[in-house]
Design a protein around this ligand. Structure first.
Ligand code: FE2
Length: 287
């Protein structure tokens, strides 16, 4: 059982729901990074069949299993996909020095219509400098459901973020987030370990809900001038640089739907978005 102090907060969960990722810098100890790097350089990666409970994988994954069992990483996993998710697949991505090009923008799967969601944890075992490229992703794209490489024609997008970090950093991505490996223009290999996990239990209130505000319903405030700028509602309304007035509205609705799903609060709203769409006097008149 993960100690509650390692679980994500409601604000972190809202950030994940809104932007599709969470970043954790330098959470894996240096000695562990160095030991794992030796395995990567020796091309050692032990695996298990897809669908195996993650609890049945840690031991056979060796050092990577030890890394995944670090309390803070267990807290991330537990909060997003539950205590014992299913192992989907993992891989050590290696980008060689002086590459001539970058990977195309994509999401890792086919169009996924579930409200349940998978996560991908990306682990960076060594420092990633700007010239090494790093994983690039576009925050807030995870509800734009696409089929793998359908977006490959997009070379650059407003708001794209490149993972430049210190060794031992972790990126947790919603499985729908658009991403790619950037061109490695340095003189050394760049390594990134990715593990894909499926939930095995309802993804409802799996995080530390101590900071969760149970809003009185209906409370619908336009503009939010007197709201805490960091509360869940405000986080869910944060804009992405690629939003325009129409797409931004659509994404905020998608975020509200997801927050209802993970909080179990079926009447949750931020500002006056879902409530407007659900206002159907004629329905009540005839039922
Ligand atoms: Fe990918």
């Amino acid at each position: 059982m993960v100690d509650k102090k390692y679980l994500l907060t409601s604000k972190q969960m809202a950030t994940f729901v809104a932007h599709g990722y969470l970043r954790f810098d330098e959470i894996v100890p240096a000695e562990m990074n160095a030991a794992i790097m030796q395995e990567f350089e020796a091309n050692i990666l032990r695996s298990k069949p897809a669908g195996t409970a993650l609890s049945q994988c840690y031991e056979s994954f060796g050092l990577l299993g030890e890394m995944l069992l670090l309390p803070q990483i267990q807290g991330i996993i537990h909060s997003l996909v539950g205590a014992d998710p299913l192992f989907d697949h993992h891989y050590v991505h290696v980008r060689e020095p002086r590459q001539s090009g970058a990977q195309y923008l994509h999401s890792d799967g086919i169009i996924d219509l579930r409200m349940d969601f998978d996560i991908q944890l990306m682990y960076f075992p060594h420092d990633i400098t700007p010239e090494m490229g790093g994983t690039m992703f576009v925050p807030g794209t995870h509800y734009r459901r696409i089929n793998e490489n359908d977006i490959a024609r997009y070379q650059n997008m407003l708001g794209q973020t490149q993972m430049v970090c210190k060794a031992g950093s972790i990126l947790a991505l919603h499985n729908g987030l658009w991403h790619c490996g950037r061109q490695n223009r340095s003189d050394q290999n760049r390594y990134m370990y990715k593990i894909h996990l499926n939930p095995a239990e309802p993804q409802v209130r799996l995080w530390n809900t101590d900071d969760l505000i149970e809003y009185e319903q209906p409370e619908v405030i336009w503009g939010g001038a007197h709201h805490d700028k960091n509360d869940v509602r405000s986080i869910l309304c944060e804009q992405e640089p690629w939003f325009d007035s129409a797409s931004g509205r659509l994404e905020i609705l998608n975020r509200i739907r997801k927050w209802r799903f993970i909080s179990g609060d079926k009447s949750f709203d931020a500002r006056y978005w879902m409530t407007r769409l659900e206002n159907s006097p004629s329905h009540y008149q005839h039922n």
